[in-house]
Design a protein around this ligand. Structure first.
Ligand SMILES: NC(=O)c1ccc[n+]([C@@H]2O[C@H](COP(=O)([O-])OP(=O)(O)OC[C@H]3O[C@@H](n4cnc5c(N)ncnc54)[C@H](O)[C@@H]3O)[C@@H](O)[C@H]2O)c1
Length: 252
């Protein structure tokens, strides 16, 4: 059977952990050469090494998505190493402890918007420029909170709604140029980010298992499969979409 992304090149932000890591590994398994990036540079290098050790092609880079020069260098690195760009999956993100609206500090607001919204804008800006003339696919990782507010997370909710706006906006602008842009809205997914929450509130894990129709958390690989499919020609007529991946769950 042929691979979904043979001879394609992909960049991944936040690729050192969780959904970004699983997506980097699966992109490579499907034949893509992958530029794995993360603000924790060593984690990006480790994932790239894992891909190489399994016979795939990858490079790891330290990229902070809040820095335009880092993001520009990420795209330049992809062109330098692999001569073109075909796909991008923008996964970088953070979570913070819940806070009431009136308790949310400006610092916390700015940090969240800087990473989860401006970071996606900067990534898309440079990825779109590289995809022009070549065509390709961008997948942004939003959240169920892109549709339904996450309790105690107005800044996260606003950023993730904003990602859907950026996605639709770029999809419309670039539709005639063969560039597709979509978003994935994951439900609760078993990643280090979520595990950190469970450490603060251990009762949450059991509660989710009880109220989620699936009776379990999603796996990062289940998000990765959706992202890789959206990157591939199998999704050739899908653009401007926001796909909720939560097994009829809590996001609606
Ligand atoms: N896990 C969930 O339940 C869940 C649900 C909905 C949406 N999401 C979204 O999925 C994405 C991935 O999250 P995850 O659960 O895999 O978390 P994770 O913490 O495992 O991975 C996030 C990665 O982003 C990196 N990162 C953080 N700040 C960065 C920056 N400034 N520049 C570059 N990289 C940076 C981190 O170092 C980390 O490697 C996030 O956007 C998150 O909001 C996660």
């Amino acid at each position: 059977m042929s691979l979904l992304l043979e001879n394609k090149t992909a960049v991944v932000t936040g690729g050192g952990s969780g959904i970004g890591r699983a997506t980097s590994l699966l992109l490579a398994k499907e034949g893509a050469s992958v530029v794995v990036t993360d603000v924790i540079g060593q984690n990006a290098l480790d994932v790239a090494e894992e891909i190489q050790s399994e016979g795939g092609q990858a490079v790891g880079m330290k990229v902070d998505v809040t820095s335009e020069s880092d993001v520009a260098e990420m795209v330049a690195g992809a062109l330098r190493e692999f001569h073109k760009l075909d796909c991008a999956v923008n996964c970088a993100g953070i979570s913070t402890a819940p806070a009431a609206f009136t308790e949310l500090t400006l610092e916390s607001w700015n940090r969240m918007i800087g990473i989860a919204l401006t970071g996606i804008f900067l990534s898309m800006k440079h990825e779109l420029a590289a995809l022009e003339g070549n065509g390709g696919s961008i997948v942004n990782i939003s959240s169920g909170a892109g549709f339904t507010p996450a309790p105690g997370q107005p800044h996260y909710t606003a950023a993730k709604h904003g990602v859907l706006g950026l996605t639709k906006s770029a999809a419309r602008e670039y539709a005639s140029r063969g560039i597709r842009v979509n978003a994935i809205c994951p439900g609760m997914t078993d990643t280090p980010m979520l595990r950190e929450h469970f450490e603060q509130a251990p009762e949450m894990e059991q509660m989710i298992a009880q109220i989620a129709p699936s009776g379990r958390l999603a796996l990062p690989e289940e998000m990765a499969h959706t992202a890789v499919w959206l990157c591939s020609e199998r999704a050739s007529y899908i653009s401007g979409e926001s796909i909720i991946v939560d097994y009829a769950g809590l996001c609606r």
